[in-house]
Design a protein. Structure first.
Length: 158
């Protein structure tokens, strides 16, 4: 084989290697994106529970001693305490949301009582027959909800 043919073969191998490197880099980017998208908190907790179960199944005596030396009853106490903490935090956030919604509704009611433009419009609206009212918008949805209605997720209006 001549020296020129060897150089051509080496260049061809280098080009193939560079193409393969680009392909591997692209595959790693796709893998990283898919990995980040699949690691949701629920899946992480489930994977931890499964791993803990398997570790306990493999070595039940050593599993408790390996994790801080806590017995099974201590782990149950810890789990129930964490569950109570999570429940209390959720209740606190829900109360804060309801309080801010009530304050916002009170501000809207105060603004609506200062300038009752909707009342004049409702009085001047023409009366419609029942068949015409079926296809027209309900005027009850044009006014802001009262404070108690605004604090709930779903309106109790029709």
């Amino acid at each position: 084989m001549s020296f020129d043919k060897l150089l051509a073969k080496v260049e061809q191998a280098e080009d193939a290697l560079e193409a393969r490197e680009r392909q591997v880099a692209a595959d790693l980017r796709v893998l990283g994106t898919a990995w980040r998208e699949t690691l949701t908190p629920t899946r992480i907790v489930i994977a931890g529970l499964i791993a803990g179960f398997l570790a306990g199944r493999a070595r039940p005596v050593h599993a408790g001693a390996a994790i801080g030396g806590l017995g099974g009853t201590r782990w149950l106490q810890l789990a129930s305490s964490v569950a109570g903490l999570v429940g209390a935090l959720q209740a606190k956030f829900a109360a804060e949301g309801a309080e801010s919604a009530a304050k916002g509704a009170e501000a809207e009611v105060a603004a609506a009582t200062e300038a009752p433009a909707g009342a004049a419009d409702a009085a001047s609206a023409p009366t419609l027959s029942p068949s015409e009212r079926r296809y027209s918008a309900d005027p009850a949805w044009d006014v802001p909800p009262v404070a108690a209605e605004a604090a709930t997720e779903l309106s109790e209006r029709r």
